[in-house]
Design a protein. Structure first.
Ligand SMILES: C[S@@+](CC[C@H](N)C(=O)[O-])C[C@H]1O[C@@H](n2cnc3c(N)ncnc32)[C@H](O)[C@@H]1O
Length: 273
């Protein structure tokens, strides 16, 4: 087991095994796409697969996965789509260590790095046909940083699929801003669809579609966490990492009832130079 539940919880650590349940793939860590899903791991996989679907992912494509976590997605792209030429990027060192030491991913294929690639010149500049980022783009310092990363990584004509939170038109209450910031979602990464399109377009990326998935995401995650909560013992229920999951689930429940934020799956293409 790679995840150790301690009282030192980084903003992005979640208790994968408690969330997924016994015997399930604990490496997934997203909000999931719930219609038809029987458990957390399958909901997470469904959400990931939607990204591959919008890209029509093909075995010969060169793929970059941003914020790959513990690598359940990376394994999926290889197994289900025959991807062999890939690179992954993840902020948390323990995920990178797991990928290299436990999952056998060649060290050269995974980088411990933040989204903000544009701050340095990556060796893979303009190399990738496809970029996938599942449930993490909203952690970028800003939408502009995230867009720069996509433009830098993609070859002309290449495409990206990413899921992110988008602002609904209503104003955001102050308490909600505080909660969101605590969840590692900076102000500058949360924009409306119109602003997202504009920011991407300014960097040579055309948004082909935005699918809104909030009805299939927020409530399902919240229901799953309630179900798991009832199955845990008191020590697990009161661990800091589980309390964080609970807080996220309550927030998702709130969002499922009041449309403050939307959950968008974005397909964008780098226009030919
Ligand atoms: C909700 S998890 C999604 C993980 C994975 N994509 C999945 O579907 O299981 C968000 C991920 O974003 C990563 N992350 C957060 N901030 C980041 C940053 N600035 N650069 C790169 N990755 C980041 C976290 O470490 C975490 O693995």
């Amino acid at each position: 087991m790679a995840f150790t539940d301690t009282q030192q919880v980084s903003p992005f650590d979640i208790p994968g095994q408690l969330l997924a349940g016994p015997g399930a793939d604990w490496r997934w860590n997203n909000l999931g796409y719930w219609p038809g899903a029987s458990c957390y791991a399958s909901a997470c996989q469904q959400l990931a697969l939607l990204h591959a679907d919008v890209l029509s992912l093909q075995s010969q494509q060169r793929l970059l996965e941003l914020a790959c976590g513990y690598g359940a997605g990376l394994e999926l792209w290889q197994r289900a789509f025959g991807i062999t030429d890939y690179h992954a990027l993840e902020l948390r060192q323990q995920c990178v260590d797991h990928l290299v030491n436990r999952q056998g991913v060649p060290a050269a294929r995974v980088s411990q790095r933040s989204f903000a690639l544009c701050k340095g010149t990556p060796p893979w500049q303009g190399w990738f046909d496809a970029v996938i980022c599942v449930d993490a783009a909203y952690h970028a310092p800003s939408v502009a940083d995230f867009a720069d990363t996509l433009t830098q990584a993609l070859a002309p004509g290449g495409a990206a699929a990413f899921s992110t939170l988008l602002k609904a038109h209503s104003a955001e209450p102050f308490w909600h801003q505080q909660l969101r910031r605590m969840a590692g979602i900076p102000d500058a990464s949360l924009v409306t669809e119109a602003d997202l399109r504009q920011t991407l377009a300014a960097r040579g990326l055309e948004v082909m579609s935005v699918q809104y998935l909030e009805h299939a995401v927020f409530k399902g995650f919240s229901d799953w966490v309630s179900q798991r909560h009832d199955m845990l013992d008191w020590r697990q229920r009161t661990s800091l990492s589980w309390l964080k999951v609970l807080a996220t689930a309550r927030w998702c429940r709130y969002l499922s009832q009041r449309p403050l934020l939307r959950y968008g799956l974005v397909h964008a293409v780098r226009v030919e130079a």
